[in-house]
Design a protein around this ligand. Structure first.
Ligand code: PLP
Length: 398
């Protein structure tokens, strides 16, 4: 076979999808697996949203739409930006894509020249570095401390800047840590971005999911100068239980949005027409489903906290957003199970899956090789069973 491209050969498969697939496979074989791996709500898409899609099919809304999305959906997103985020993005500043992932890859293609650097706070969502590399950029990792809730500081940013720095990825609420940046913290970060002159890519995919009174703030809403250098990215996957529908979007200065729309017009054309109709119903219809889901996640998060606090060998900062618990298991890695050392996070996850029947995400690919991520987007009875099993595992370590 002829050689594939060097760039393509370096891309790794997404390990979160792999874990979920492995857990599903074991489940299909009849093994009673508790899956803490999922990065998606366990709720169905609300019925009125599904109905809008069915109607779209029956009324023949099944053709190409404008490549960057329909005017109707852009208007709905523009309204949501205004009401929820306090952001003014006109429809021509909005591009709708095939999920948040696609929206993000478009951004990197639009802003990066070969060799330009993108600052990525660690721990990070595993796709960021791969996306940056695919767009010929260079990821620059900034190690964030547990004592600082895994958040990047303005000092770190200022120090990491070089003449090649093009952007910072800011993910709040954060996957995998569950941390939410405060307005004060964002103001300080915005100041550095303005002074050092780089873009902010604000990934706000989990914006509706905050707890303990934490409030989501969009960095672009903090002033004209930061608005002009921010690309705000979000989508319907997590907040509306619409992961399979593939609708994500960006709001950005018009010139950037136009450039992204041009790229998309050649790569994929429009996002699915039917899903766009469903997204309009989601954004303009009743919003109570979001709150119902958020409350259910919150209840599970609190249950998880109580259980984790009782467990030996693990530490966690209480998450305030998204639906993940980020567990520091570095102490467990120094222990043994049945006389054999655990040593690596992959081995720990493997033992949990094969011997204790719980699927967790080992966070090596999130830049944290001594942490695991547990999603609490799972039913309460599963959660209880899974926590019992995790406790048994930890108690068996010597
Ligand atoms: N950003 C973050 C932080 C995510 O966790 C995810 C999905 O897991 C996405 C973006 C992409 O979402 P989508 O499923 O819409 O592509």
């Amino acid at each position: 076979m002829l050689q594939l491209s060097e760039k393509a050969k370096k891309v790794k498969a997404s390990s979160t999808l792999a874990i979920t697939a492995k857990a599903k496979e074991l489940k299909a074989q009849g093994v009673d697996i508790v899956g803490f791996g999922a990065g998606e709500p366990d709720f169905p898409t609300p019925e009125h949203i599904a109905d809008a899609a069915i109607q779209a099919i029956h009324t023949g809304f099944t053709k190409y739409t404008p490549a960057s999305g329909t005017e109707e959906l852009k208007q709905a997103i523009s309204k949501k930006f205004q009401v929820f985020n306090g952001l003014t993005y006109q429809p021509q500043q909005i591009v709708i894509s095939n999920g948040g992932k696609h929206a993000l890859t478009n951004i990197f293609t639009a802003i990066l020249n070969p060799g330009e650097e993108v600052l990525i706070p660690v721990p990070y969502w595993l796709s960021y570095p791969e996306m940056v590399r695919l767009a010929d950029g260079v990821p620059v990792f900034l190690d964030c401390k547990q004592e600082n809730e895994y958040k990047v500081t303005p000092e770190q940013l200022a120090q990491a800047c070089t003449s090649r720095t093009k952007a910072l990825i800011l993910n709040s609420p954060c996957n995998p840590t569950g941390m939410v940046y405060t307005a004060e913290e964002l103001k300080a970060i915005a100041q550095v971005a303005i002074e050092k002159d780089f873009y902010i890519i604000a990934d706000e995919m989990y914006e509706y999911l905050t707890y303990d009174g934490a409030k989501h703030v969009s960095i672009a809403s903090l002033g004209k100068e930061i608005y002009e250098r921010t690309i705000t990215c979000s989508g319907l996957s997590k907040s509306y239980a619409m992961t399979g529908w593939r609708i994500g979007y960006i709001g950005a200065p018009e010139e950037i949005a136009k450039c992204i729309a041009n790229i998309q017009s050649h790569q994929t054309s429009n996002p699915n027409s039917i899903a766009q109709k469903a997204a309009v119903a989601a954004l303009l219809g009743p919003q109570d489903a979001i709150e119902t889901m958020r409350q259910a996640f919150d209840e599970r998060r609190q249950y998880m906290r109580e259980r984790i606090q009782q467990m030996p060998l693990v530490r966690a900062v209480q998450p305030k957003g998204a639906f993940y618990y980020f567990l520091d298991v570095s102490k467990a890695l120094t222990k043994q199970l049945h006389g054999k050392p655990i040593e690596t996070i992959e081995n720990l996850a493997y033992l949990l899956l094969t011997e204790y029947n719980i699927a967790v995400v080992p966070c090596t690919d999130f830049g944290a090789a001594d942490h695991i991520r547990l999603s609490y987007a799972i039913a309460m009875d599963q959660m209880i069973k899974g926590m019992d099993r995790l406790e048994q595992f930890l108690n068996s370590l010597q």
